[in-house]
Design a protein. Structure first.
Length: 216
């Protein structure tokens, strides 16, 4: 019962938007640890000069890519305190950066044009897509899949396929699992790497990461 209640909270946007009220200092400095060795193994062979992080929290992953040489970054997060911390952290660098608390396709397009970037090298979805309902996921992917060369997803992947599930999604013990492989394949992205998530194991959930490359 306690596990299901925690999953219920963790799957709600209002929890992440107002979490700083329950845990006052959680987003003041940093939130979460970057699995550096894991990222190094994946991204050292890729040229990532521009990156968008959807659900950037306090900006640790963006900071990682800036230190790797990225010069154009865009962060989106629903929590105002986390976003403020990310802004302070990343604007200290001499780079092109922008932050927003919601998705604005026009703002993102203008950011790319201003920085003379055709597409982001990488768009990052780190344990955030499971929170979205079907309509929201469709909206997010319709915008971002046409804006990037690579997609990185760490989330709950659906193993048990069902033709009756909209967008191939299924609630398994409180967390939405999604067939990202099928969705990305239909959008002309090929899977280049996939394995267990580098984060702590989650009970009753297929936590994995996957990197996809646009094949068009």
């Amino acid at each position: 019962m306690i596990t299901m209640f925690k999953r219920y909270l963790a799957s709600k946007k209002f929890f992440w938007k107002y979490r700083h009220i329950l845990q006052k200092n959680i987003f003041i400095k940093s939130y979460g640890n970057v699995p550096k060795n894991h990222f190094d193994n994946i991204f050292d062979n890729l040229s990532v000069n521009s990156v968008l992080d959807f659900g950037c929290a306090t900006g640790e992953k963006l900071d990682y890519f800036v230190k790797k040489g990225a010069s154009s970054i865009y962060g989106i997060d629903i929590n105002p305190i986390a976003l403020s911390t990310a802004k302070k952290k990343l604007t200290s660098y001499n780079i092109n950066c922008e932050f927003n608390n919601s998705i604005s396709e026009l703002n993102i397009i203008n950011f790319l044009k201003k920085n003379k970037v055709k597409k982001f090298d990488l768009i990052f979805f780190d344990r955030v897509l499971y929170i979205l309902d079907n309509k929201e996921l469709n909206f997010v992917l319709n915008i971002f899949l046409k804006m990037t060369k690579y997609i990185y997803i760490d989330d709950f992947f659906l193993e048990k396929k069902s033709k009756n599930n909209f967008m191939n999604r299924l609630n398994i013990k409180g967390y939405i699992h999604t067939d990202f492989d099928k969705i990305l394949k239909n959008a002309n992205f090929r899977l280049t790497e996939s394995n267990l998530s580098p984060y702590s194991k989650v009970k009753f959930a297929n936590a994995k990461f996957a990197l996809y490359e646009h094949s068009g």
